[in-house]
Design a protein around this ligand. Structure first.
Ligand code: SF4
Length: 102
């Protein structure tokens, strides 16, 4: 009985470590422009490629790196975005939900 309990504890710890690792890997995945949510928001990993006819509110130098929803560190190439949980957006990217950082 004692050994079963010990095995359970070891297996639980291993499972928790695997879950933590998986979520870390997912956190590093980049948002694809073809992702349905990204496409709906007109997300482009390179803001200069934004469809300006469709998104007239876009104006340089708007980019994820100066958006209020961007969670990446200053100077980082990519970082999290409040709209794309568990994924990263390009610092030079842009989407129609852009909100200027205060
Ligand atoms: S909400 Fe802001 S940080 Fe997120 S993808 Fe759009 S422009 Fe980039």
């Amino acid at each position: 009985m004692k050994s079963t309990r010990r095995q359970f504890m070891i297996m639980s710890a291993a499972g928790a470590a695997t879950l933590a690792l998986n979520s870390k890997v997912q956190a590093q995945a980049m948002v694809a422009e073809t992702d349905p949510q990204a496409a709906a928001l007109g997300y482009k990993a390179d803001a200069s490629k934004v469809d300006k006819a469709k998104y007239a509110r876009y104006a340089a130098p708007q980019a994820c790196s100066n958006c209020a929803l961007y969670q990446g560190a200053a100077g980082s190439a990519a970082g999290g975005c409040a709209l794309f949980a568990g994924k990263q957006v390009a610092a030079k990217g842009w989407c129609s939900a852009y909100a200027k950082k205060a």
